[in-house]
Design a protein around this ligand. Structure first.
Ligand SMILES: [Zn+2]
Ligand SMILES: [Zn+2]
Length: 60
Protein backbone atom coordinates (compact mmCIF):
# COMPACT_ATOMS: atom_id res chain seq x y z
CA UNK A 1 0.00 0.00 0.00
CA UNK A 2 1.35 3.36 -0.98
CA UNK A 3 1.30 6.37 1.25
CA UNK A 4 2.50 9.88 1.00
CA UNK A 5 4.59 11.62 3.57
CA UNK A 6 2.45 14.18 5.37
CA UNK A 7 5.34 16.64 5.43
CA UNK A 8 7.05 16.47 2.06
CA UNK A 9 4.21 14.73 0.17
CA UNK A 10 6.61 12.30 -1.38
CA UNK A 11 5.35 8.88 -2.09
CA UNK A 12 6.55 6.36 0.42
CA UNK A 13 7.17 2.87 -0.77
CA UNK A 14 7.96 0.35 1.86
CA UNK A 15 10.32 -1.97 0.13
CA UNK A 16 11.08 -4.93 2.35
CA UNK A 17 14.51 -5.24 0.76
CA UNK A 18 15.49 -1.68 1.46
CA UNK A 19 15.80 0.38 4.60
CA UNK A 20 15.70 3.61 2.65
CA UNK A 21 11.99 4.28 2.68
CA UNK A 22 10.97 3.30 6.14
CA UNK A 23 8.20 5.48 7.37
CA UNK A 24 6.47 6.15 10.62
CA UNK A 25 2.71 6.03 10.84
CA UNK A 26 1.04 7.41 13.89
CA UNK A 27 -2.36 8.71 14.85
CA UNK A 28 -2.92 12.41 15.18
CA UNK A 29 -2.16 13.23 18.81
CA UNK A 30 -5.05 15.66 18.96
CA UNK A 31 -8.02 14.03 17.25
CA UNK A 32 -6.73 10.45 16.87
CA UNK A 33 -8.91 10.08 13.80
CA UNK A 34 -6.29 10.34 11.13
CA UNK A 35 -3.23 8.30 10.59
CA UNK A 36 -0.31 10.45 9.64
CA UNK A 37 2.67 9.06 7.85
CA UNK A 38 6.08 10.60 7.72
CA UNK A 39 9.21 9.46 6.01
CA UNK A 40 12.41 9.00 7.96
CA UNK A 41 13.88 12.01 6.25
CA UNK A 42 11.21 14.36 7.54
CA UNK A 43 11.20 12.70 10.92
CA UNK A 44 14.91 13.23 11.35
CA UNK A 45 14.54 16.86 10.29
CA UNK A 46 11.48 17.30 12.52
CA UNK A 47 9.67 18.69 9.51
CA UNK A 48 6.29 20.21 10.17
CA UNK A 49 3.11 18.36 9.50
CA UNK A 50 -0.56 19.19 9.72
CA UNK A 51 -3.44 16.86 10.42
CA UNK A 52 -5.97 17.00 7.56
CA UNK A 53 -8.80 16.48 10.00
CA UNK A 54 -8.33 18.91 12.87
CA UNK A 55 -5.53 21.13 11.64
CA UNK A 56 -3.16 20.16 14.40
CA UNK A 57 0.40 20.98 13.48
CA UNK A 58 3.59 19.80 15.00
CA UNK A 59 6.43 17.71 15.06
CA UNK A 60 5.05 16.62 18.40
ZN1 LIG B 1 8.83 13.34 4.07
ZN1 LIG C 1 -6.10 15.56 13.97
Amino acid sequence: MEKNCISCKKKIVNDPGSATFKCATFKCPQCAKYELTRCTNCRSKAAKYACPGCGFTGPN
